[in-house]
Design a protein around this ligand. Structure first.
Ligand SMILES: Cc1cc2nc3c(=O)[nH]c(=O)nc-3n(C[C@H](O)[C@H](O)[C@H](O)COP(=O)(O)O)c2cc1C
Length: 211
C-alpha cells in the first residue's frame, strides 16, 4: 500500500454558518443522528487525557448520552484514563465519521457522575457486562486470559440469582464542553471548519477557520 499516493476528494456535504444552530450540542446531535443512520459505531469517540506526566494518551470510548449539559461515557475510575482525569480534568474528544466525511473536535472538563446516576446506568446494562465490570481491573497487567475467565465463572456462581452490585470504582463522567469544532470535508481540500467557543463562559460564539 502506497499511502503517499492515496488521495480522496470530499464532496458529500457542506457546512455553512446558516446551517449552524446557536447551540453546538444541537449540531452534534444532528450530525450524530446522520452518522448513526449508516453505522452503529457512530457514538464511538476518541478520548484524550493528559495526567501529571504530561504525556497525552488516547483511546475510544462510547458516548452514552448527549444533552445540553454535555456528553456522558462510562468506564473504570481506576483505569489509566480514570487516574489521568483525577490528575487533570481537561480532556478532548474526537469523532471521525468517514462515511459522511465529517470530524468533530471537542474540548472540555470531565466531572464524575453521582453514585445515583452510576447505579441507574449500571443496573440497565446486560448482566454479562455487569460481571465483566466486576471481574476486570481495567488497565492493570493481567498475567493470563484464563485468570480473567476464571474470575467471571467465580462471580457468576457467587451472584447466581442475585443482582450484581456496581463496583465503587465503576462509573461515568460528564464532559462539559468549552469548545467544539465541526469539520466537513469539501473538494480540493477547501474544507469547512466551524468552531464554537464559550464567550464569557455563557454564550457560544461561532467562527469559521481556514482549512
Ligand atoms: C469501539 C470501542 C468502544 C469502547 N468503549 C469503551 C467505553 O465506553 N468505556 C471504556 O472504559 N472503554 C471502552 N473501550 C476500551 C478503551 O478503548 C480502552 O481500551 C480501555 O478503556 C482502557 O483504556 P485506558 O487504559 O486508557 O484507561 C472501547 C473500545 C472500543 C474499540
Amino acid at each position: 500500500m502506497s499511502y503517499h499516493k492515496a488521495r480522496k476528494d470530499y464532496a458529500k456535504h457542506s457546512l455553512d454558518e446558516s446551517d449552524c444552530p446557536s447551540s453546538p450540542h444541537e449540531l452534534l446531535d444532528q450530525w450524530l443522528k446522520e452518522a448513526h443512520s449508516d453505522s452503529e459505531d457512530a457514538n464511538a469517540m476518541t478520548l484524550s487525557t493528559v495526567g501529571s506526566s504530561g504525556q497525552p494518551t488516547s483511546r475510544i470510548v462510547l458516548l452514552r448520552e448527549l444533552s445540553s449539559k454535555g456528553i456522558k461515557f462510562y468506564t473504570n475510575y481506576q483505569s489509566q484514563k480514570g487516574k489521568e482525569i483525577a490528575e487533570n480534568a481537561h480532556v478532548s474528544l474526537n469523532f471521525f465519521w468517514p462515511w459522511v466525511e465529517r470530524q468533530v473536535r471537542i474540548g472540555g472538563n470531565a466531572v464524575k457522575l453521582s453514585n445515583k446516576e452510576n447505579d441507574e446506568y449500571f443496573s440497565s446494562r446486560p448482566r454479562e457486562s455487569q460481571i465483566g465490570a466486576l471481574a476486570s481491573n481495567q488497565s492493570q497487567i493481567l498475567k493470563t486470559r484464563k485468570l480473567l475467565e476464571d474470575k467471571v465463572v467465580e462471580l457468576e456462581k457467587q451472584y447466581a440469582g442475585l443482582d450484581i452490585p456496581r463496583p465503587e470504582h465503576w462509573g461515568g463522567y460528564l464532559i462539559v464542553p468549552t469548545y467544539f469544532e465541526f469539520w466537513q470535508g469539501r473538494p480540493s481540500r477547501l474544507h469547512d471548519r466551524i468552531r464554537y467557543e464559550l464567550s464569557q463562559g455563557q454564550c457560544w460564539s461561532l467562527q469559521r477557520l481556514s482549512p
